[in-house]
Ligand binder design. Sequence first.
Ligand code: APR
Ligand code: ZN
Length: 367
Amino acid sequence: MPRTAMAAVHDGDGSELKVREVTVDDPGPGEVLVRLGASGVCGSDRHVIDGEWTLPTPTVLGHEGAGVVEAVGAGVTDVAPGDNVILSWCYPCRRCRACAAGKAWACTGTRSGECLLPDGGTRLSDENGMVYPYLAVGTMSEYTVVPESAAVRVPAEVPFDVASLIGCSIATGVGAVVNNARVPAGASAAVVGCGGVGLAVVMGLTLAGAYPIIAVDTAEEKLAAARSFGATHTVRADKEPVATVVGEITGGGADHAFEVIGRVETIETLPSLLAPGGVGVLVGLPPEGARAGIDVLELAEAGKTLVGSNYGGAVPSLDFPRLADLYLAGRLPLDSLISHRIRLDEVNDAFDAMRAGTRTRSVIVFE
Ligand code: APR
Ligand code: ZN
């Protein structure tokens, strides 16, 4: 029996999100109906609202979510009703070469980027027809239907607000450190941009034993938060010459530098933060079509590397339970990342606060 759900819908016309009813169908074969417990408000949702990325519309936004399995379609064996799950915004097809190679984040068979389920449809609609779940999860909704491979079971002791963050910012940020950069203990690192994802990078660096850990942001609150998560030094990007200060702290440049904003201007500065042989990691996602200017002779002569990082190189079925266990063991202070717990109808205020840089992370909590 189809049900209605309140959801935050992006109409693609530049206006703010509308919180309104959508119809959610039963899960089809291989699909899972999830009642959301929480959804984080992430920078990627903001890129969509601000028109930097094109998407089919109308779209239920949100891609950082966790909840409980309400019902499963035919043939589903990974999860059962009552299970707590974290949703993956890139559901792996489990058939392509990337999936076979254990690189779920690089799956070529997924249709998540088109906001479609494997059969090319969605289970959401309104009076005008099909509604698209952002990245095939659409977590800013009371209910969603996702492919089985997008729902990863986690222990019920992990609260939904924390679990939701594991589904994007934590997997992305911690993963960039441990999966992509593989930062060894004692390596130096700079993190440019300390929003929800950047702070997760700082946590990952702390976990990995990096030193020094230099947090860079334009907002003092973000730098204070970064210190609480293990940053040993902070730099105000709007007041200090970032490359000079990073060079002084590290004695000639960082071994690793992470860009976690998604701005071309800051991506272009990454090589200047690195020591010869250093590695710059692109975690922030720029607008479509963005191009960066890099001094390529300097890059080559100094043997520097720039690498892209998508979803922290995560394999959700492996990484989500691992991150949940680290949280339960007290090794990842994820509760402290949540600055605001809000209702669904407060979502537009959360995006305004994100644009103003005044919040670390807002999480929508469903009743
Ligand atoms: N220099 C340093 N920091 C800056 C600058 C700058 N020039 N401009 C903005 N910032 C900081 C902001 O103050 C904020 O703390 O960058 C941070 C960006 O954080 P959020 O807007 O909260 O975004 P977040 O959810 O962390 O996502 C960051 O990662 O996964 C991607 O798509 C996501 O591109 C986005 C990025
Ligand atoms: Zn995200």
